[in-house]
Ligand binder design. Sequence first.
Ligand code: ZN
Ligand code: ZN
Length: 449
Amino acid sequence: MPCFAKVSLFFCSITIYGATPLFAQSDLDQRVAKEIDSLVTTYKHIHQNPELSTQEKESSALIVAELRKLGYDVTDHFGQYDSPGLVSYGIVGVLRNGSGPTVYVRTDMDALPIVENTGLPYASHVKAKRADGSEVGVMHACGHDVHMSVFLGTARMLAQLKDRWSGTLVLIGQPAEETVGGASAMLRAGLFAKFPKPDYVLALHDSSDLPAGKVGWHEGTILAGSDSVDITVRGYGGHGAAPQNSKDPIVLASEIVVALQTVVSREMDPQLPTVVTVGSFHAGTKHNIIPDEAHLQLTVRTMNPQQREKVLAAISRIANGIAAAAGIPPERAPLIEIAKDNVPATINNPELTRRVGAALERSLGKENVLPSEPAMASEDFSLYALADPKPPICMFWLGASDPAKFKEAKEKGARLPGPHSSEFAPVPEPTIRTGVTAMTSAVLDLLKK
Ligand SMILES: [Zn+2]
Ligand SMILES: [Zn+2]
């Protein structure tokens, strides 16, 4: 395995890192090296004990205990979900260290309903019950276990290095990222009002598209916004042999599905990625009955709020227009519901992101910090940027693939299993080491004396 530590320490001994004093970088590398075995042990423990969204009881307790031991002022069980009675396992750990800005660092904590298929000695065999009572396999298939381990490492580093920074550090453990309720639960409970107001909010996410030892960043939009739309197309049912006496909602819904394909291809700027997918179409019970209704379920992905409004308006216009053209009266117009738990696009504040990128280059070496491309996946990290006082946010990518396997896959034109795959297997040691060094360096830069 190419050893990141050796490379980094080697560079430290001969290279001046911009504004970072040489001894300081070497000191950080040595401190991370001292903690890495214990962090990897913790990682494997968390990986073997994954918990579904909103059920992160033990993961949260583990982080709370460690932050308290390190001297953070910790509030646990923080957050207020939409559904009453649902307990939030959110964590807020505050470390005050003199005057200066306030930096938030966020980790997520939840795992996915996937049966792990990595064959790793520390693979998860956990099964859990979902809210509907069904039993599912549980796996940290999005690498939130990597995020938690890096988060704990960063917490240790910044507690040890208090003489090198000034300001306030707020570490937040967020539940329910995968089901998109956790960030809003913490914000609803008054995260930015009850705790110091953020000047910056940082996070990282692991990636199989980068080898371990490298990080990637991109300013502006990095992840798409996501909306779920339900359309109930209402017609007038009747006998299948007498279509002249009915308004067939199956034909109407079919026309709507086809016409929706023109939203992306004919109405949107081709430079701006957009997705409109009809993922579900249900109607009818029998061959010879024209039903009263047809139901469509759509996912919509957009990169900014204006584009989102435009796409949602086009969907509504097309559905209503086709119904009207078929002679459906206004009182039977399609019912269009946009789910409340939509996630906006994740937009990295350009100024903050450039500053973080420069700090990462100084700390990891320029060759280990790469430009990255936006993706159409979504994250509720985006919500922190929209809550008052609308702080600048930055999420960067942490390479998690085994470098040798990554190289081999690239040469073959193949891709390694990534997040949400049952075979996603981040390589723990260099990934966590790089993550802790990167996140600590970014915070030290924002809170430098
Ligand atoms: Zn995920
Ligand atoms: Zn994730």
